[in-house]
Ligand binder design. Structure first.
Ligand code: 13P
Ligand code: SF4
Length: 305
């Protein structure tokens, strides 16, 4: 079967069954083409909430599908490929974080959205890469415990020196693999290009960047910039998608190490099986987890607005 034929079948099933397909911006081109909405993790949750459809299919990783379910508990939310997980989201467990909280009762626990629904139940407020600085700056307490991404946490701490931010060890193994040596090489190869990186990169990389932002913020920056070439310091698909969006500009990937296997595991066939009802996994969270995890997401909405 040709890619176009599979896409047409998916589009037809979506229409027949009123299914809304979400794709994170790290997904492949052929999936993005059939999605109803593509964006960063925060934008995906909002789009799902606003969507009229009762059935949502998430092409991304598990924590994204869980977040959609927490925000839209009455909708049926399926993860197109059940094996797609984010290793960072599973780095800390609830018991450990509860113990740390008990030890530091006057600290506000800030969780990056890349966490399991279970872990969110013991966190005070959630942040995304696009909202972290704004939200942490608005938290009344000066004492913050930030998890699980110590690189995003360090980026926030650098911009908000008035806050006492404790970081737990953790982070994205893909972004953390890139170092200053990769930046030096890319700058030497593409001297006219601006370097745009994700805050999940290590501080030695974010300090050298011309712009630091979420996947969507990086794309918007490149689209609106007068500059004609860019080194993209996040998952390789962003550089590829931008080449389609801006034919007059050049996009180079900061490093070949920036390939997230979990984001690439979902195929067009998985999406077809999922919309046909014989693939994917419907996300189920018990009432208690849904209600407790929603508290820190609601707080994120309130402070991020
Ligand atoms: P965004 O929130 O920027 O989409 O990032 C999600 C992610 O997993 C980045 O690696
Ligand atoms: Fe998780 Fe990193 Fe992959 Fe994003 S790129 S989904 S943070 S492993």
């Amino acid at each position: 079967m040709k890619i176009r034929e599979i896409q047409d079948e998916i589009l037809q099933k979506k229409r027949e069954n009123d299914i809304f397909v979400l794709a994170h911006s790290y997904q492949s081109r052929e999936i993005i083409e059939i999605a109803d909405f593509t964006g960063d993790s925060f934008q995906l949750s909002l789009a799902a909430k606003k969507a009229g459809s009762k059935k949502i299919v998430m092409c991304g990783v598990r924590f994204m599908a869980e977040t959609v379910k927490i925000l839209s508990p009455d909708k049926s939310v399926s993860l197109a490929n059940p094996k797609a997980g984010c290793p960072m989201a599973e780095q800390h467990d609830k018991t450990l974080i509860q113990a740390v909280k008990d030890q530091y009762p006057d600290y506000t626990v800030v969780a990056y959205i890349n966490t399991t629904a279970e872990l969110k139940t013991v966190c005070d407020v959630c942040v995304t890469s696009s909202s972290a600085v704004k939200i942490v700056s608005k938290i009344p307490s000066g004492n913050i415990l930030f998890l699980p991404d110590c690189n995003l946490g360090a980026y926030v701490a650098n911009l908000l020196p008035e806050k006492n931010i404790k970081l737990l060890q953790g982070g994205c193994p893909i972004h953390a693999a890139v170092d200053a040596g990769d930046v030096d090489k890319a700058r030497a190869d593409y001297p006219d290009a601006l370097l745009l990186v994700h805050p999940e990169c290590v501080p030695e990389v974010t300090h050298l960047a011309d712009f630091v932002g979420s996947t969507s913020a990086i794309a918007e920056y490149a689209v609106n910039s007068e500059n004609k070439s860019f080194i993209i310091g996040t998952e390789i698909s962003i550089a590829e998608h931008l080449r389609y969006r801006c034919r007059d500009k050049k996009f180079f990937c900061l490093s070949k190490k920036l390939l997230c296997p979990n984001m690439k595991i979902t195929t067009l066939i998985d999406v077809l099986d999922c919309v046909n009802g014989d693939g994917g996994e419907e996300i189920t969270l018990d009432e208690k987890t849904l209600n407790e995890a929603r508290v820190c997401i609601d707080k994120m909405m309130e402070l991020g607005a």
